[in-house]
Design a protein around this ligand. Structure first.
Ligand SMILES: [Zn+2]
Length: 566
């Protein structure tokens, strides 16, 4: 039996199986059952939240041979054709990949002709704002006087780009990103049905990595099953995603709560030893701070979703930290995340964000407050505190001491949590990414600057930049690495690279054994081999070694020679 990817195998075939989007399902179901259908619907929302799935179920509902209803039979010729993606009266157009192609216009103009097999023609136009001008005009014309046998399902991630003339003719729904709990629930359901053993921690990691998209989540799940050889272990999944365990993030917060710079740096060091995706660590930190704040401010709040681990520790942290500090840390974590691409390297960016949390703690005795660092008109007899020393000196005051800084001048205004703004708003002066001989951005520099690590790093290191096609970078990989080039990783990678280049970038991966010889990984291997043979030669040439061989019949074991790391 051939292996079928989970996202396809478990694509919902009826509205009742759909995860999330209850508001859309209810509206469509009511309309179908009452026979009062609108002729055009507009779905807004990110990718992978169910647009195509909804369109297919909708097409079945309208055209099922056993009659129009919100609960199509799933067995007749029409239903099976739709499920197999070969129903002639369901026309799926992805405007993002088809801009400029003339026949899209023709396909839309053909809406006036009667359906070939069913009662209704259903048009699903994805990323509708990207249609070419002629295609868009054809769509507008059809929407103005829609033939009774046509239903339009339009989808866009960017509704602002649509003219009012379109918006006013559509019934609009916002498709929501799924919650990690919803994604995790569906994963458990599928794994149970497929008889695949799993650790619950692994599911939590994958659900968070899915970033609101069930399709991306299931594609990650597929990868993780392959990675773990048929089982799902949390550690494997973390290694695959380049994420770190929840406990690590709690260690950072513990150090912050203690105001202990040395401990904080030690935690950073420990996290860095996993070579994680530092952006992901900052995301985790921000998400944990969010939960912490809820525990602090919402009476009776308990995190739902079955992640009991760490909740006790969070409760303790919530008591040790001031609510306004939590706000500040959150702010710094998110801006630090944003600025990561501009940092000299991701680890420095991460550490600076962590140290900034320590440096800007409001009302902190010993830490330089913005007011103290500002030039003071009144001559101050005491020397200004030296910032770097203050940062790493362990402090052991209790929260009570912190709340009432005794040696601050009483007249000094209390620093506000908005303190990090000047630092975050400082304009970045970053040289552009160097170009290679072909005028393309130098790929290795790009990898470094975009901070591509973990799975993304592995894929990037084994890819070579072949060309640029519009805003698409075409990358060649050997076929064995093609399996890594999947969503959501590719989109995330494109976002990061786009951030560095300062424009929106797409990535396309193509398989080419020849072109892939020029990847960073291949070059590094060549350099390693050269260093190894140079080292072996140097040992052979060494007079002492030669005399040992001569006098004692000694023999050099080549594998035991290791070149110095430069
Ligand atoms: Zn049917």
């Amino acid at each position: 039996m051939s292996y079928q990817v989970l996202a396809r195998k478990w694509r919902p075939r009826k509205f009742a199986e759909l995860v999330g989007q209850e508001h859309v399902v209810r509206a469509l179901t009511n309309a179908l059952d009452s026979g009062r259908m609108h002729h055009a619907y507009l779905f807004t929302g990110t990718r992978g939240v169910g647009k195509t799935t909804i369109a297919r179920i909708f097409a079945k509902s309208l055209n099922c041979e056993r009659g129009e209803s919100a609960d199509p039979c799933g067995e007749c010729a029409v239903c099976t054709a739709v499920d197999a993606g070969r129903f002639v009266d369901l026309l799926e157009i992805d405007a993002a990949s088809n801009t400029g192609v003339d026949d899209v216009r023709e396909v839309i103009e053909n809406a006036q002709y009667a359906p070939a097999r069913g009662r209704f023609k259903v048009y699903l136009v994805d990323e509708v704002h990207m249609l070419s001008k002629p295609a868009f005009n054809a769509l507008l014309k059809t929407l103005e006087e829609p033939p009774p046998h046509v239903k339009f399902l339009l989808a866009t991630t960017d509704p602002q780009k649509l003219p009012v003339t379109v918006l006013s003719r559509c019934l609009k729904f916002n498709l929501k990103r799924l919650l990690p709990e919803q994604i995790a629930g569906q994963m458990r359901h599928i794994l149970g049905a497929e008889n695949i053993p799993y650790e619950d921690g692994a599911i939590g990691e994958l659900a968070r990595g899915a970033d609101g998209s069930l399709r991306d989540g299931l594609s990650l799940l597929d990868q993780a099953i392959a990675y773990g050889g048929g089982t799902l272990r949390a550690d494997d999944v973390r290694a695959m995603l380049g994420s770190v365990a929840r406990g690590q993030v709690l260690g950072l917060l513990d150090a912050l709560a203690a105001g202990d710079g040395a401990q904080l740096l030690a935690e950073c060091e420990r996290i860095a030893s996993f070579s994680p995706d530092f952006g992901g660590v900052l995301d985790d930190l921000a998400a944990t701070l969010h939960r912490l704040q809820l525990i602090q401010l919402v009476t009776g709040y308990r995190h739902e979703g079955g992640e009991a681990d760490g909740d006790d520790a969070l409760g303790t942290l919530a008591e040790r930290m001031a609510p306004e500090d939590v706000q500040l840390y959150y702010q710094i974590a998110t801006t630090g995340r944003r600025d990561l691409a501009m940092a000299p390297d991701a680890r420095i960016g991460f550490e600076m964000a962590m140290l900034r949390m320590l440096a800007f703690r409001p009302g902190e005795a010993g830490a330089p407050t913005p007011a103290e660092r500002a030039p003071r008109p009144v001559p101050a007899p005491r020397p200004a505190p030296a910032a770097p020393v203050a940062l790493v000196t362990p402090r052991n005051e209790s929260p009570a001491v912190r709340a009432a800084p005794s040696h601050a001048p009483p007249a000094q205004p209390a620093p506000t949590p908005a303190a990090p703004a000047p630092a975050a708003a400082a304009p970045s002066v970053q040289a552009p990414v160097p170009a290679d001989a072909r005028g393309l951005p130098h790929w290795e520099s790009l990898i470094e600057r975009a901070g591509l690590r973990g799975g993304m790093g592995q894929l990037a290191q084994n890819a070579a930049l072949r060309e640029r096609d519009g805003n698409t970078l075409v990358l060649v990989v050997q076929s064995m690495y093609m399996g890594l080039a999947v969503e959501p990783m590719v989109s995330q990678m494109a976002d990061r690279i786009g951030d560095v280049l300062g424009e929106r970038i797409k990535l396309r991966f193509v398989v080419d054994g020849q072109g892939a010889a020029q990847t960073p990984a291949a070059r590094a291997a060549t350099v390693r081999e050269a260093a190894q043979s140079a080292a072996e030669q140097a040992i052979e040439d060494d007079p002492l070694v030669q005399s040992l061989k001569r006098e004692f019949g000694a023999r050099v074991v080549p594998q035991s020679i290791k070149p110095f790391e430069s």
